[in-house]
Each structure stands twice: as structure tokens, then as C-alpha cells.
Design a protein around this ligand. Structure first.
Ligand code: AMP
Ligand code: MG
Length: 389
């Protein structure tokens, strides 16, 4: 049995970085920018007005000026402004030749074709200079997850197609004779396959492309069919059948079907019977079937692997610290991920940590991480946790 951090190291070795692809800008949301992209224009492309007002050669209290025309966004005024003249101007319009400032409309009195500047005009010129936001060749640097703000910036640079790390295709395979899909009518001995659903959502959140495969039954032919259907995936995630019982198809049969195991069993709770390795061109992670184990292993192992495949640094799931609201007993020899919720700023661990109880996972805000053999912890102690909301 290896530790969680040894397991993560091995997983990162197994995770091959995926290639780069170019996608239309809107499809780049949530993906990692794979190469720097450079602006193909200056923004703004001209000196422009930041306010509604009058473009003038200079501003002085009491100055009386003749209004000779108008400039609006998208419609420049083509002549030169001279001393004694003003051009009515609106936000986003190019500053006419000759003008050196915009006097805002609140600072003038208008009278037909004439304006008079008030006693205390603002000193600000209200001109946005050409290239003040960015210039041709300015870059957005590779490595960032492209969020809404980046999309706006890249769009304004007039970049329509964006180089990104390809989304990993993640095949999700539930195993078990007892499972039916949500919405089906279960028989008396059956339950609903929930883990693949939760993991599907987790994969989507991360920017992967999950593929929900049909449930594999607890026999070789069915598992073989599932692996056949997983062809083309970058990552195969099986759920269940990972222990050493007679019906544990993944542990018993996957090696015969092409799985080359790198490790099996991790010193953690929940989630001990975890395995990983390669399967043909894909990486494979075999998760335990207990619903909470599967989801916790999804957060602890699958999510960091997917991030690495997406081109992000190979690092464990982020942790934070918070004080405990209550005493905790000493931990055993395995790293323990305890479902907990926040009460004020303090963490309260749930009384039952049974790995089959999704209702408690649903209520949890965080997983308190107890190192192996961690001693008893009094209320108020600062502990590490993984946010899971
Ligand atoms: P296993 O690892 O196959 O022995 O499964 C452990 C427990 O998890 C059993 O109670 C299974 O019924 C349950 N289980 C396995 N796979 C799933 C799944 N996809 N969704 C919900 N429960 C599951
Ligand atoms: Mg099973």
C-alpha cells in the first residue's frame, strides 16, 4: 500500500500531456491557453473620447466656442478643429484633428451653435490614447485557464481562434450487476449508478469531455465490451469491482484485458482499493465502488490528473486551513478525508463517516485531511481541508 502523495506522483507520471488544438474563441472557455496569443491591433485604435461633451483645442473657464460639427462612436468628424471652435462628441468617438481635450457636457452651457465653458471645468482631458489598453504584439500568456475576462480581452484583440490544450476525453465505466441508470426502474436487489453521474459533473467542471459508457456487468464479456467502447479515451475511469472479492471484475479481469497496473491500494480512508496504470494508449484509474470513496477519489486523484492533462501544473488538489469546531479523536494509519461542514468559520466533522453515505457528502462543504497517525485534535486546532463545494 502506498501513500496518497506517492499515488499522486505515480499518477502524474502516467498522465501524458495532450496535444494542442485551435478552437473558436467561445469554445476556449475553461481550457488552458497553450501558446501566447498576440494582439493584431491597437486598442483603442485611435485617440478617443471617454465622455460625452465637446472636443476643443484647449479648456479655459468662460471660453465661448462655435460648435462646428459632431463626432459619434463609429462616425468621426473629418475636419480640423481650430481655436474658437468645438465639436460635439460622444463616448467612443475618435478625437478630431486639432482637438486636445474633451470638456464634458456638464461643464458647458449650450446656446444654439455656441457653448460657453463653465467657471470650474475638469482638468482631465477625457481622451483615451491610442493603444492605451494594448498595442499590436502585446500578448496574453500561455498557461492560464481561459475565463470570461480573458475571452473579452482576446476578443478585443481580434483573435477569433485560440490555441488550447485539448480537452481530455474521460470514459466513465460503472461496474456491477446491481446497478441501473438513473430514471430506470430498479429491480428489488438493484440500486442506481450514482458515481458515474457525480464524476461526469466533476469532469465537466474541470474542462474535460466525459463519456458515460453503458454499465459493465460483473462478467468478463461485459467488461471487455465496456473497454472496447472506451477506445479513443485519454483516461478510462472504472468504478467498483476494485476489491479482491469473487465478483470484483476490475481487479480480477482488467489485467487480462490489457490493463498494465502501476499501483494498487492507497493508504487512505475512504478509497483504499484504488488502482491505476495504462490501458493501451489511455491512462486508467480504477476507483472503489462505494459512492463516497468514488467521489472523494475523484477530487483527490482524478481531478489533479485531468488538470495535468489540460496543461496545468501537476499539483495535488488545493488545500486550505481552518479551525476545528470540536475535538477529533486520533487518526489511524491511513490518511483520512473526513466530510465536514462549516459552522461560522469553523469545521464540524460529521458524526458518521461511512463511505456509503452520499447524503452526508451532499451536506459537506469540505474534506478535513487527517494525516496518517495524526494525534487527537482539540477544538480550535487548525487543520487542513479540501473545499468540495
Ligand atoms: P464494489 O467496489 O463493486 O464492491 O462496490 C462497493 C459498493 O459500491 C457496493 O455497495 C456497490 O453496490 C456500490 N457501487 C458500486 N458501483 C456503484 C456506482 N456506480 N454507483 C453507486 N454505487 C455503486
Ligand atoms: Mg461491484
Amino acid at each position: 500500500m502506498i501513500s496518497v502523495s506517492e499515488a499522486l506522483d505515480q499518477l502524474f507520471t502516467l498522465a501524458r500531456p495532450l496535444g494542442l488544438e485551435t478552437v473558436p474563441l467561445l469554445q476556449a472557455h475553461g481550457l488552458v491557453l497553450a501558446r501566447d496569443v498576440a494582439a493584431t491591433r491597437n486598442q483603442p485604435p485611435f485617440d478617443g473620447s471617454a465622455m460625452d461633451g465637446y472636443a476643443v483645442t484647449h479648456v479655459a473657464p468662460g471660453l465661448r466656442l462655435h460648435v462646428i460639427g459632431e463626432a459619434a462612436a463609429g462616425h468621426r468628424f473629418d475636419q480640423t478643429v481650430k481655436n474658437g471652435e468645438a465639436v460635439r462628441i460622444f463616448t467612443g468617438a475618435p478625437i478630431p484633428d486639432g482637438a486636445k481635450a474633451v470638456v464634458i457636457q456638464e461643464d458647458v452651457i449650450r446656446d444654439g451653435d455656441w457653448i460657453t465653458i463653465g467657471d470650474t471645468p475638469e482638468a482631465n482631458t477625457h481622451i483615451r490614447t491610442a493603444g492605451g489598453d494594448f498595442r499590436v504584439g502585446d500578448t496574453v500568456s500561455a498557461g492560464r485557464v481561459i475565463g470570461p475576462n480573458d475571452i473579452a480581452l482576446i476578443a478585443s484583440m481580434n483573435i477569433g481562434d485560440v490555441p488550447v490544450s485539448r480537452r481530455p476525453i474521460v470514459a466513465l465505466i460503472s461496474t456491477g450487476d446491481e446497478l441501473v441508470m438513473p430514471g430506470e426502474t430498479p429491480g428489488p436487489d438493484q440500486i442506481i449508478a450514482s458515481n458515474t453521474m457525480g464524476l461526469h459533473a466533476l469532469m465537466r467542471d474541470l474542462g474535460a469531455e466525459p463519456r458515460l459508457l453503458p454499465i459493465a456487468r460483473d462478467n468478463e464479456a461485459s467488461l471487455r465490451t465496456a473497454f472496447d467502447l472506451a477506445r479513443g479515451a485519454d483516461l478510462i475511469v472504472t468504478i467498483g469491482g476494485a476489491s479482491v472479492g469473487d465478483h470484483d471484475v476490475v481487479a480480477n479481469l482488467a489485467p487480462q484485458l490489457g490493463f498494465e497496473q502501476s499501483f494498487y491500494k492507497v493508504a487512505m480512508r475512504p478509497g483504499k482499493p484504488l488502482m491505476a496504470g495504462r490501458f493501451g494508449k489511455a491512462m486508467m484509474i480504477g476507483l472503489p465502488g462505494n459512492p463516497v470513496s468514488a467521489m472523494v477519489c475523484g477530487h483527490v486523484f482524478v481531478a489533479p490528473v485531468v488538470r495535468a492533462m489540460l496543461g496545468l501544473p501537476a499539483t495535488p488538489a488545493p488545500r486550505k486551513t481552518a479551525p476545528l469546531a470540536q475535538d477529533l479523536p486520533a487518526n489511524g494509519p491511513r490518511e483520512h478525508y473526513m466530510r465536514a461542514r462549516f459552522k461560522g468559520g469553523d469545521l464540524v466533522a460529521f458524526g458518521s463517516q461511512d463511505s456509503s453515505l452520499l447524503s452526508i457528502l451532499g451536506e459537506a462543504d469540505a474534506l478535513i485531511v487527517r494525516p496518517p497517525k495524526d494525534g487527537p485534535r482539540p477544538a480550535g486546532d487548525i487543520v487542513e481541508y479540501m473545499p468540495i463545494r
